[in-house]
Design a protein around this ligand. Structure first.
Ligand SMILES: [Zn+2]
Length: 342
């Protein structure tokens, strides 16, 4: 019933080629760079992008084309400019200075529209009364957190309505160690340059995240306590159960009270489809959703998890909190589903 998408391996290989090229472009041509040179390499990249797109993946990024309201149309093939393209990692962090540059807008995605084939009229889930919004979170960084991406999804329409993304600078590492760590983690994805340009300490990230949540009316008060209308959605328990409290200790800050409960998508998946999925890739393979972007680049993983979430909601899955922290003893976590991924 759940056959593997036959072109998946080809697609992955092609995608990784696009990722490498795309991120080397990102590295060599930051938003402040002039675009004279980038125009000359545009056709090559287009060729590879178009070669990587199978009929399954020929999605139309309608929001992106609306936002890119410059008259620089692709006269040779208008469809190419609407196909999948890498996120501008300056834009995701509110730091893109090239929003007026049409060639930059053509190369990099400046929209969080989720490329997929779902017909939202098929959205069978009428049980979203538990939450108004889902906050999909997928941290990166084993020693310390290096990336903090969140997508805010409207539970009624399943659309991405807002996003928050920051690269995070470790607080207890020497400069030399940070450089090695970033080279090993993001160097191979080609985004080490943008990481170094933009990363800020975790305490600043949390401060800005709370401003963002307040702006989107997610907090119950100015102090950003438990979220009355929204729930975090993660792939596994590691992000909120383990990593955030660890990083709070390292960064010498109190664990924010909105990290007291969350939804582990793997547990929902197990109970809804009656199948165990070890991770995001397994879920995507089983649901025939092609992986887009670079796996282990947090912002791309967050988008991919959000696409799994959309599919599950469309299929009729009901999302409920799967884990809760003891408010007195934060290390104690109660798991609310009997069948769960351990
Ligand atoms: Zn940009």
């Amino acid at each position: 019933m759940f056959e593997t998408f036959p072109d998946m391996e080809v697609l992955k290989m092609a995608n990784s080629r696009v990722s490498l090229l795309r991120h080397s472009l990102n590295s060599f041509f930051p938003p402040s760079a002039t675009s004279t040179f980038s125009l000359s390499i545009l056709p090559t990249r287009r060729f590879i992008v178009s070669a990587s797109i199978s009929s399954k993946e020929a999605f139309v990024d309608s929001l992106s084309s609306q936002q890119a309201a410059t008259p620089f149309a692709d006269s040779e093939n208008p469809k190419l400019s609407n196909r999948w393209k890498p996120m501008c990692l300056y834009y995701t962090q509110d730091k893109c200075t090239m929003m007026q540059d049409s060639s930059h807008l053509q190369k990099f995605n400046h929209s969080f529209y989720l490329e997929n084939e779902l017909n939202t009229t098929e959205y069978k889930n009428k049980h979203s009364e538990h939450f108004d919004f889902f906050l999909v979170l997928d941290l990166e960084g084993k020693v310390e957190i290096l990336e903090f991406p969140v997508l805010m999804i409207d539970a009624k329409t399943m659309n991405v309505v807002a996003f928050f993304h920051r690269f995070v600078r470790p607080s207890e590492m020497s400069e030399e160690r940070i450089n090695e760590y970033i080279e090993g983690k993001y160097g191979k994805l080609g985004v080490d340059r943008v990481w170094h340009d933009t990363a800020i300490p975790f305490t600043d990230v949390i401060e800005q995240f709370e401003e963002w949540m307040t702006k989107h009316n997610l907090c119950s008060n100015d102090l950003c306590g438990p979220l009355p209308r929204a729930a975090f959605v993660t792939c596994g328990n590691w992000d909120i159960k383990t990593k955030i409290p660890q990083q709070c200790k390292v960064s010498k800050m109190k664990l924010p009270s909105y990290f007291m409960e969350w939804i582990n998508l793997k547990d929902i998946y197990l109970n809804f489809y009656k199948r165990r999925a070890a991770g995001m890739r397994t879920m995507m393979n089983e649901l025939n959703i092609p992986l887009l972007g670079s796996h282990h680049l947090g912002i791309d993983d967050t988008k991919n998890i959000a696409r799994v979430l959309q599919r599950m909601l469309t299929d009729g899955a009901i999302l409920k909190i799967t884990a809760k922290r003891n408010p007195q003893v934060h290390e104690k976590v109660e798991f609310l589903f009997e069948n769960r991924i351990k």
